[in-house]
Design a protein around this ligand. Structure first.
Ligand code: NAD
Ligand code: TYD
Length: 351
């Protein structure tokens, strides 16, 4: 069946993997990628598919309602896969309003356009909102986030994502808009901007720069390889039930310091450095304000109802990721010049 799918944030980390998967797997679908190319958006992530006939890129800001309505009018999307967001917790602590702007206002603009252009009974239409497990707050030593866990966001980033999730559900309940939300755990893999833990540390190890571990490195995250997330998104878009929420996670919890030690080992091996060299770069620095202790997802619903499970174990995924960064040094160099240096100075030199 022919469909037009509007993917927002398709030039970013997860979005670019979703765009690639959809363009290659569904030649009959028209994939429209809307992204305003912030520091985190990079069309170099998509050079392998940019000339495909079923793909089109549009540079637009989702906060610009005229632009968003214009895109809906011109392309008539059947499905919106909404990934555009400000996504980094540390930046949200410095600039919360940037997060309100894109994550809340941008999402409501898209919802308004869908409500305006889609006609009841909304046959074939879907607003699929991609969210995070961080909306559920922070876990202690025990327990997992399920789809029923009450929202308890604790950073400006997670508060803005929680607000966007609430708006999506409100448009479902109030206007009957067909929506699905998925909340995923921490992703890692190729093309992730080197402000997030794994690519930042890979970059610093290559450069023999200090590895700034927040606090004591005791915080726990549940890591999922980005292509496994993209597969889950594809499955949920096609098979998920309207009005439902699906949690996506890797069953793969790591204490930061243990993950970092493993990464150091893999990097030493790949770079041909003596074992222990990279671990010598670890520096414990001032903790992140309000640092959530632990995230862990129960993905049983997605596995039981739609048959999804992650395909890679963490060691395999981490090796693939390291190999990608080592063979794409130009990409890494190009995103770590200019503004990145100011960001790095602001975030880390005062710590
Ligand atoms: P990212 O920061 O790498 O990419 C975000 C993309 O959105 C960029 O291409 C950027 O240019 C674009 N964008 C930002 N503001 C925009 C605006 N106003 N208009 C149009 N485009 C805009 O983010 P990511 O890590 O790929 O995350 C994608 C989505 O997945 C986000 O909604 C995030 O909350 C969610 N998520 C991320 C993770 C993770 O670990 N990275 C985990 C769970 C959920
Ligand atoms: P991050 O990749 O920013 O993802 P999130 O905060 O959304 O989970 O951080 C992952 C973990 O790594 C988190 O506990 C914070 C920690 N961290 C550091 O210790 N040092 C760093 O420089 C960064 C960026 C993160």
């Amino acid at each position: 069946m022919k469909k037009t799918i509007l993917i927002t944030g398709g030039a970013g980390f997860i979005g670019s993997h979703v765009v690639r998967l959809m363009v290659n797997k569904y030649p009959d679908y028209r994939i429209i990628n809307v992204d305003n190319l912030t520091y985190a958006g990079n069309l170099e992530n998509l050079t392998d598919i940019e000339n495909k006939s079923n793909y089109q890129f549009i540079k637009a800001d989702i906060v610009d309602s005229e632009a968003v309505f214009g895109i809906f009018e011109k392309y008539g999307p059947d499905v919106v896969m909404h990934l555009a967001a400000e996504s980094h917790v540390d930046r949200s602590i410095s600039n919360p309003l940037d997060f309100v702007r894109t994550n809340v206002t941008g999402t409501v603009n898209l919802l308004n356009a869908a409500k305006h252009f889609w006609e009841k009974p909304f046959e074939g239409s879907l607003f699929y909102h991609i969210s995070t497990d961080e909306v559920y707050g922070s876990l202690g030593e025990e327990g997992l986030f399920t789809e029923e866990t009450p929202y308890d966001p604790r950073s400006p980033y997670s508060a803005s994502k929680a607000a966007s999730d609430h708006f999506v559900r409100a448009y479902h309940h109030t206007y009957g808009l067909p929506v699905i939300i998925s909340n995923c755990s921490n992703n890692y893999g190729p093309n992730q901007f080197p402000e997030k833990l794994i690519p930042l540390f890979i970059h610093n190890i290559i450069q023999k720069k200090p590895l700034p571990v927040y606090g004591k490195g005791e915080n726990v995250r549940d890591w999922l390889y980005v292509e496994d997330h993209a597969e889950a998104i594809d499955l949920i878009m096609h098979k998920g039930k309207t009005g439902e929420t699906y949690n996506i996670g890797g069953h793969n919890e790591w204490k930061n310091i243990e993950l970092i030690r493993l990464l150091c080992k893999v990097m030493d091996k790949k770079l041909g450095r003596e074992a222990g060299t990279s671990e010598g770069l670890i520096q414990f620095v001032k903790d992140r304000a309000g640092h959530d202790l632990r995230y862990a997802i129960d993905a049983a619903k997605l596995q039981k109802e739609l048959g999804w499970k992650p395909s890679l174990d963490f060691e395999q995924g981490l090796e693939k990721t390291v190999e990608w960064y080592l063979s794409n040094k130009d990409w890494l160099d190009s995103v770590t010049s200019g503004d990145y240096l100011n960001y790095y100075r602001e975030q880390y030199e005062k710590r």
